[in-house]
Write a protein that binds this ligand. Structure first.
Ligand code: C2E
Ligand code: CA
Ligand code: CA
Length: 689
């Protein structure tokens, strides 16, 4: 019967997400690698083109310089040749040719100096420095030739003109060196070009591959973006936890259904479902269990619906079922019954079977409202009626709407009431039965509603518990009650105050810290504060409640068990708790005179409670006779309408003053008589029969 584990029922939308994120991450990494590759490729292209161009220009320069040196070397060679020729044929033309060669040589040196580097310029300067000496020797040699003085010619030739050979040699060597450089540069250029030629097709292919990759990555990107867009739309219309349509999508579909109703004269049913005690599941097992349970509810409901129906999640444990074109209210309640039945099978969550019940509010378009807002509001009121009256399901009835708690909850925002200080406290005195002294006051909250007047706690405390406002509300009550306790202390009449806690307060681990802070903020000693908790509050989650109670008790606060006897707690269970006081449930006290069974219960509770060391308080004391009987049973404290109703602090002060002016023991006839007197004797006799 158990439902499968939650995973198969998890909505597809939720599972899509991780893989979408993975593919987005992959495509981001791929894009990064691609960018790096493209960068490397461009760096290589730039380097290769610059290396080639600079190698080429170096080769050109080296080549030009080599040419300049060759020109200089040729000019020197020609010069020497003409010098020899003139010695054989001393003709003016030869002399002219010699001069021309020399001029060429000087011009070639000039070009080298102009185009060359520092080394070249130093070389030229050296040669030019030697040049005049050489020219002078040649002039003298040519003069000797002209004179026919062969001996002088030979002398000059062997002794002075020879250094010319040095110049020639130097120039020729420089020319060869420059030529070598030019050849080396050329060879380098050639190697570079070969490399470029070989790499170009490879790079082209790599580029092509990268381009293809780029296209595919950008396609991937687009797909991811499209997916994300689609998901964003989906997310905005669906609830993240359950994947069910959310309030927005529901409003849209409800609007469509209502327009269709107007066109073809059909009606739309709207069911508002709220899980009962879902908060207890959350509190007891933890939110993961609650969440897993919520994800299973949608599929369960959808299982018994038509395809055209919509299951939406409004918030928390609230679901709405939209039934377009439903025939009548009977049809709608029929569906509601089917839905309730569908939830009857326990939900299997991580090895635990969880029982869930649901309260359903039913409305029909046309009959209960024309627009989405009204229909939803009325469905909520009907649901609330179903919940508070334990009906399971309830069709909206305008007659119930008048003063229903739901109406109040809707009309007056409880939170606003808190903020505006509309929640006030009344105090009900507690009196010692034996002495008649005022021994305490119970703080009871009321809502001073701007339109509805004084609203009693039974009407809004459940709302506060339902909406999670109970935490702030309790803090407000504690704050106000402790401020009042401080005022009484300051007036020289310290009086213990009792404050009521809800079950949920008792599960709040922060409560002890907050109470301690409030006590010290108001400068009230802890023994002046009593916290009242009910048996059922203790039983919701005993281990956690016990921990909180122990922390509270460790502060020095008194703990009272409220409405005792109404639940199923045994006195034995209380032995292990830090309890100081038992308040007998008023249903027994109020009726103990008429109902001997209740009197017996009250008497037993008092005896057993005393055996365990508890102070016994009876509430619901409505008559003198009840007090007399309670005194006979040995009860410690009385609280009830017979003594005083809960009243404002100011009225309380007046009441106290009145009592102290005419001191009045509770028991006009004296406790001795009552303890053994006929009143209790009668009761006990009738109990025995
Ligand atoms: P309770 O704690 O049992 O409070 C006693 C209730 O009995 C009060 O009702 C009081 O007016 C009423 N009562 C007192 N004497 C008599 C009597 O002689 N006869 C009858 N018939 N009733 C009597 P009230 O003030 O309407 O409070 C109702 C319940 O609301 C309280 O029951 C308590 O459970 C809850 N409540 C009140 N104030 C707070 C609060 O500050 N926090 C929380 N969590 N609950 C509160
Ligand atoms: Ca109480
Ligand atoms: Ca009570």
């Amino acid at each position: 019967m158990a439902k499968p584990a939650p995973d198969p029922e998890a909505p597809a939308g939720l599972q899509l997400r991780p893989s979408g994120e993975r593919s987005a991450r992959r495509s981001r990494i791929a894009s990064g690698v691609l960018v790096l590759l493209l960068l490397a490729l461009s760096v290589f292209a730039v380097w290769s083109s610059q290396a080639t161009s600079s190698a080429a220009s170096r080769a050109v320069a080296a080549n030009a310089m080599s040419d300049r040196y060759t020109e200089a070397a040729s000019a020197v060679a020609a010069e020497e040749l003409m010098e020899r020729k003139y010695r054989l044929e001393p003709r003016p033309e030869i002399r002219g040719l010699y001069d021309a060669s020399d001029a060429d040589f000087v011009a070639a040196l000039g070009r080298i100096r102009h185009q060359g580097d520092a080394g070249d310029r130093a070389f030229v300067d050296r040669v030019l420095a030697e040049h005049p000496g050489y020219l002078a020797a040649i002039d003298r040699m040519f003069a000797a030739v002209d004179r026919g003085d062969t001996a002088a010619v030979l002398l000059i030739d062997s002794g002075e003109v020879d250094p010319f050979v040095g110049i020639e040699k130097a120039v020729t060597e420089a020319a060869r060196h420059k030529n070598d450089i030019a050849l080396t540069e050329l060879a380098y250029l050639q190697r570079l070009e070969t490399l470029n030629r070989q790499l170009t097709p490879v790079l082209f292919l790599i580029g092509l591959a990268l381009a293809a990759l780029l296209v595919s990555i950008s396609r991937g990107h687009r797909r991811v973006l499209e997916d994300e867009g689609a998901r964003a739309v989906r997310d905005s219309l669906h609830d993240a936890l359950t994947g069910l349509p959310n309030r927005t999508l529901l409003a849209d579909r409800l609007g469509q259904a209502l327009r269709a109703d107007a066109r073809v004269g059909t009606a739309t049913g709207l069911l508002l479902l709220d899980l009962d005690r879902f908060k207890d599941i959350n509190d007891t097992f933890g939110h993961p269990y609650g969440d897993a349970l919520l994800t299973q509810v949608g599929p369960r409901l959808a299982g018994v619906l038509r395809d055209v129906d919509t299951v939406a999640r409004l918030a928390g444990d609230e679901f709405v079922v939209l039934l377009p074109e439903v025939g009548s209210i009977a049809d709608a309640t029929g569906v509601a019954a089917k839905l309730r039945a569908a939830l009857e099978t326990p939900f299997h969550v991580q090895g635990i079977d969880l029982d869930v019940e649901v309260s359903v509010g039913v409305v029909l378009s046309g009959e209960h409202g024309q627009d989405a807002t009204t229909l939803l509001k009325h469905a909520d009121i009907a649901m609330y009626a179903a919940k508070t009256q334990n009906l399971g399901m309830c069709v909206y009835d305008p007659a119930v709407d008048g003063h229903s708690p739901a109406k109040l909850a809707l009309l007056g925002d409880l939170r606003r009431a808190l903020d505006r200080g509309e929640l006030i406290l009344h105090y009900q005195p507690q009196l010692s039965i034996s002495t008649g002294d005022i021994v305490g006051a119970e703080a009871l909250v009321r809502w001073q509603h701007p339109e509805h007047g004084l609203v009693f706690p039974d009407e809004f405390i459940p709302v506060a518990e339902h909406t999670g406002l109970i935490g702030p509300l309790t803090r407000h009550v504690l704050d106000t009650a402790l401020a009042q306790a401080r005022t009484w202390s300051d007036a020289g009449r310290p009086l213990p105050v009792s404050v009521n806690l809800s079950a949920r307060n008792l599960l709040d681990q922060d409560l002890p810290g907050q109470v301690a802070a409030l006590l010290s903020a108001h400068g009230v000693p802890p023994e002046l504060l009593t916290l009242e908790v009910t048996e059922s509050a203790l039983m919701t989650e005993p281990a956690r409640a016990q921990k909180v109670l122990e922390q509270l008790s460790a502060l020095g606060i008194r703990i009272s068990i409220d409405d005792f006897g109404a639940g199923y707690t045994s006195l034995g269970q209380l032995k292990n708790l830090p309890v100081n006081e038992l308040k007998i449930d008023r249903s027994f006290v109020m009726t103990m005179i008429q109902d001997p069974n209740n009197a017996l219960i009250v008497q037993s509770l008092i005896n057993l409670g005393h055996d365990l060391g508890f102070t016994l308080v009876a509430e619901g004391v409505e008559t003198e006779q009840i007090i007399t009987t309670l005194a006979g049973f040995g009860c410690d404290v009385a609280q009830g309408y017979h003594l005083s109703r809960p009243i404002t602090a100011a009225a309380f002060d007046t009441w106290c003053t009145g009592r102290s002016m005419t001191p009045m023991p509770l028991l006009t006839s004296g406790s001795h008589f009552l303890a053994n007197g006929p009143a209790s004797g009668e009761v006990l006799t009738s109990l025995a029969t």
